[in-house]
Design a protein around this ligand. Structure first.
Ligand code: ADP
Length: 291
């Protein structure tokens, strides 16, 4: 009788090696480990990059702060000097007018006096610009008629506008009221008009437009002068940027400071038909919010 040999079942697994399902698992773990390491490496690099960026930014901000502190010190010094110069100018102007009376009979002396006078006027303008620029007062809010204020400033300049043959068009709706600091606004408009006069020495068109916009007012002063140079719109508002002989480069910096003190802005652009346009935007305020 044939005995069935006790055959051992053939082992499908391999005792010495890892079971295939374990091997796959291990491979998956290794792959996950590798990808986690890669991600970690990437995160590390990103963080390093970010730390470098922030360090550079901090360094720039620190330098900017140091520059601003230096400028603030210089501003204070300039303001003291400007005060003293202005105080000394007052008696000198008086003596000059007395001297003018004494010399009235001598044409040569009168011509010399005129030259001295215009020198004094220029000096006074520089001192006033410096004082305006360095005084960082907050606006004294009150409601006023924008059209009336602009008209007053234009009337003050009428002799000069007429002498230079400048045609002025004023288009501001009656009763357009603004809550702002009228003195600061007057100064800003005057500075923009004086610049317009400077670029239209031989005549031109001055167009002043005021409108109510959503949440505020917009006042545009446009001239028919040569317009702005390519890189000028960025630099115009920098203190001391000037292309004029004897300019202080403070006029537009004062206008910008006035606009931002009111929570507004000023924009410079070239007009399509030639010339430059300066637009001041001031947001609406009610007297209750500023009281
Ligand atoms: P300043 O009049 O003393 O030069 P501003 O700050 O008022 O100082 O003006 C700075 C510069 O901006 C001027 O020197 C001029 O180059 C330019 N600028 C200002 N207004 C005009 C304008 N209406 N058209 C062309 N350029 C202008």
């Amino acid at each position: 009788m044939m005995t069935t040999a006790q055959t051992r079942p053939i082992r499908k697994d391999h005792p010495k090696s890892v079971r295939p399902d374990h091997a796959t698992e291990l491979q998956a773990v290794l792959a996950a480990w590798q990808s986690a390491t890669d991600r970690l490496q990437k995160t590390h690099e990103t963080l390093q990059h970010e730390v470098k960026r922030l360090t550079d930014e901090l360094e720039i901000k620190n330098r900017e702060l140091a520059r601003k502190n230096r400028l603030a010190d210089l501003g204070q010094m300039a303001s003291h000097v400007a005060h003293d110069v202005r105080n000394s100018l007052v008696p000198l102007t008086l003596y000059l007018s007395l001297l003018r009376r004494h010399l009235a009979g001598s044409p040569n002396s009168v011509a010399l006096m005129d030259k001295i006078d215009s020198g004094f006027t220029a000096l006074e303008a520089i001192v006033n610009d410096l004082l305006q620029f360095t005084s960082q007062r907050d606006p004294m809010w009150q409601p006023f008629d924008l059209g009336k204020l602009v008209n007053d400033v234009c009337e003050g300049l009428l002799p000069q506008l007429e002498a230079q043959g400048i045609r002025t068009e004023l288009d501001i709706p009656a009763g357009l009221t603004l809550v702002a600091d009228p003195e600061m606004m007057r100064r800003a408009v005057l500075n923009l008009l004086l610049n317009a006069l400077d670029v239209m020495r031989h005549g031109g068109e001055l167009t002043i437009t005021g409108i109510a916009i959503c949440h505020g007012i917009e006042l545009e002063i446009a001239d028919s002068g040569p317009g702005l140079g390519d890189d000028e719109p960025r630099r115009l508002f920098e203190p001391f940027f000037t292309t004029k002989d004897g300019g202080t480069g403070l006029g537009l910096a004062i206008v910008e400071r006035m606009a931002t003190a009111h929570g507004g802005e000023i924009i410079a652009a070239n007009c399509a038909q030639g010339g430059a346009a300066f637009t001041i935007r001031i947001p609406n305020r009610s007297m209750e919010t500023v009281a």
